[in-house]
Design a protein around this ligand. Structure first.
Ligand SMILES: [Zn+2]
Length: 255
C-alpha cells in the first residue's frame, strides 16, 4: 500500500492525512503506431505520477494521486478504430466536479498531470479558477519537463523514440517487436505559418501518418527509457513539492 496513491488507501488513514495537493493523472486511449498499446498515455501518466509522488511524499509533501482519467481529446483521430474521444467540454465537466469536491473539503491545490498532446487544460483552469477562487489549479505536461534531445536521437511527437523507450522500460511485456513498428514518418502542413508553429490548426491524423506514429521509434531502448523516466520523475517531484509548500496567497516574486 502506497500512502500517496488514493485508490490503495482506506478511509481511516485518508481521514487522518492532511493532504496538501491532489494530483490528477490524465491520459488518452488511442493507437500508438503498431508496437505500443492503446493505453500508452495512461501507463505513462500513472507511472510518472506515482513515482514523482513517492519522491515528493518521502521528502515530506502530503500529496495524493487520484485515479487516472483514461480518455483524452481525440477529435483528430475520429477514424482510428477505438480511439476514444472525450470532448473538451466533457473534460471541463469532469474537472469541475473534482475541483468542487476538493474545494469543499479544503484540499486547495490540484495538479493535472497530462500525458496527451490533444489535452489542453489551460482554458479550463482559467474558467474554474474564477469559480473556485480558493483553489490553486495547475497543469503540467510531464513529457516537456526535461529536454528530450539529451536522451533521444529522433524527435518524438507520438509513439516515437521517447514514448517507445519509456514503455519498454515501464511495461516491456506490452511492446510488440520493434521490427513490426512503422517508421512514424509524418507529413507537415503546407501552410507556412502553421508549419512554423505560430499559427495552429488540428491535424487530421490519418492524412498525416500511415502507422498513427509521428516520430521514428526504431532507436528506442529500455535503457534510454529508464534514464529519461528517472530525470522526468525527479523534476516532476520537485514541482509537486514546490506546489505543496507554496503559499496560495503569496505565489509571486521578482526574478
Ligand atoms: Zn502517447
Amino acid at each position: 500500500m502506497r500512502p500517496y496513491i488514493l485508490a490503495e488507501n482506506h478511509w481511516r488513514s485518508v481521514e487522518e492525512t492532511p493532504y496538501e495537493v491532489a494530483i490528477l493523472p490524465w491520459g488518452a486511449t488511442e493507437a500508438h503506431n503498431f508496437h505500443l498499446p492503446y493505453g500508452t498515455d495512461i501507463i505513462e501518466a500513472q507511472e510518472v505520477a506515482a513515482e514523482a509522488a513517492r519522491i515528493a511524499w518521502e521528502g515530506g509533501a502530503k500529496v495524493t494521486v487520484l485515479p487516472c482519467i483514461p480518455f483524452g481529446v481525440n477529435t483528430g483521430q475520429f477514424d482510428v478504430k477505438l480511439d476514444i474521444n472525450m470532448n473538451p467540454s466533457t473534460q471541463l465537466a469532469i474537472l469541475r466536479d473534482i475541483v468542487e469536491v476538493l474545494d469543499r473539503q479544503g484540499i486547495y491545490k490540484l495538479i493535472i498531470l497530462n500525458s496527451h498532446g490533444g489535452n489542453d487544460f489551460r482554458t479550463m483552469i482559467r474558467e474554474l479558477g474564477l469559480k473556485f477562487p480558493n483553489m490553486f489549479l495547475c497543469s503540467c505536461n510531464w513529457y516537456q519537463s526535461v529536454d528530450q534531445k539529451l536522451f533521444f536521437e529522433n524527435k518524438d511527437d507520438h509513439a516515437g523514440e521517447m514514448e517507445t523507450s519509456v514503455i519498454m522500460h515501464l511495461t516491456p511485456h506490452l511492446v510488440r517487436p520493434l521490427s513490426e513498428a512503422g517508421d512514424g514518418a509524418a507529413k507537415k502542413f503546407r501552410i507556412t505559418a502553421i508549419r512554423e508553429g505560430w499559427a495552429w490548426a488540428e491535424r487530421k491524423w490519418l492524412q498525416v501518418t500511415k502507422d498513427t506514429g509521428v516520430g521514428d521509434p526504431r532507436k528506442a531502448s529500455a535503457e534510454k527509457g529508464a534514464k529519461f523516466f528517472k530525470a522526468v520523475t525527479e523534476k516532476v517531484a520537485q514541482f509537486f513539492t514546490e506546489v505543496a509548500k507554496a503559499d496560495r496567497k503569496d505565489l509571486y516574486d521578482f526574478y
